[in-house]
Design a protein around this ligand. Sequence first.
Ligand code: ARG
Length: 433
Amino acid sequence: MSTTSTIWGGRFAQGVAEGMAAINASISVDHRLWRQDIAGSRAHAAMLGAQGIISAQDAAAIDAGLEQIAGEIERGEMAFREDLEDIHMNIEARLAEVIGRDAAGRLHTARSRNDQVATDLRLWVRGAIDTLLGKISTLRAVLEGLEASHEDAVMPGLTHLQPAQPVTLATHLGAYRSMLARDAGRLRDCRARLNESPLGAAALAGTPFPIDRAMTAKALGFSRPMANTMDAVAARDFGCEFLFCCAQCAGHLSRLAEEIILWATPAFGFMRLPDAWSTGSSIMPQKKNPDAAELVRAKAGVLLGNLTALMAVMKGLPLAYNKDMQEDKRPVFDSYDALALSLDAMAGMLTGARFDEGAMRAAARVGFTNATRLADWLVMHLNISFRRAHHITGALVAEAERRGCALEDLPLAAMQAVEGGITEAVYDTLRAV
Ligand code: ARG
């Protein structure tokens, strides 16, 4: 027998170097897969029993043992061991203690850690998507509430961050609600595509045992077994897709965060953040900083990094499983955590935010934001081409700028000096905001 204690140590004469164990171990990250690992193992053991591949007694013992271990982990009683590498071997080693080595040793019949880990991570991402979808719909509901309560609130619509045309706060916030609807749709698409079972692919080539892949797929809520065994263990595009969905959603949140940061400055003065979602300064007593919004803005960058990380890890890997792929979990977990926090923070900030409709309306009048309306009026009422109307309006803006007044404050005579057809009626349009 070998001198090593690892599960795979049969052919090894020596234990691994300290550095080897350290670079190899993933338990500090993948312990988060414990629920999925136990669910996957229980489904696999039940199938092995049903197919007569292991005895009914062993299947029952494995199931009861795994249930007990789930309770232990849940209660924080299980100490994960780095020398056992990963979550799969930690649980299997504990199972041997609980039900004995022989019965526990039969669980891994017709299975490899390669199909096991792919199954676990698919299940984990599926659950993560469901949680994120709930958080997205909470944030959408907060936006919808604000849109309803500020239906008539006019604000400056900007392009190039310069005054463009007046819009309503409802339109502005509604834009984010639309983005979030697409983000949710992308996550749902990702969920549907990843929801296939790798179990039964074993290491890469399937297994000679008479397994029932449909049974384990069904027990775990997968739509079907994956069609190709090598693909089943080698694919991580579901992880990349999930990371893209997260990065895109975080990207949308970062734009909203940036607007909140601007709107909450005295210079804009459009909104006040709730104290509960702001922080103070250690030196400047007057400060109220939008740290949560800034962190939401920053996390979009981190999430983009996570997407890049996994895509870079996966590129160029030969089929099938490679240990490189163990690096898939950290970015997946990190992006989920960051996006979940960001969605919560955004909902919290906006729920308690107070908008200053007067300040927004006053700002909406600054910078000749009614110029496009004037050009449209000229086209509609004087039947001149838009290009000419644009030119005439430009001349009127220049005249108003020269006089230091708004377009609606130009005397009719001054307007008629530029375009003789303009009548008194134009002022209704100019004063609409
Ligand atoms: N901890 C491993 C991972 O996350 C599990 C799969 C190991 N497979 C293997 N052939 N060494 O990728």
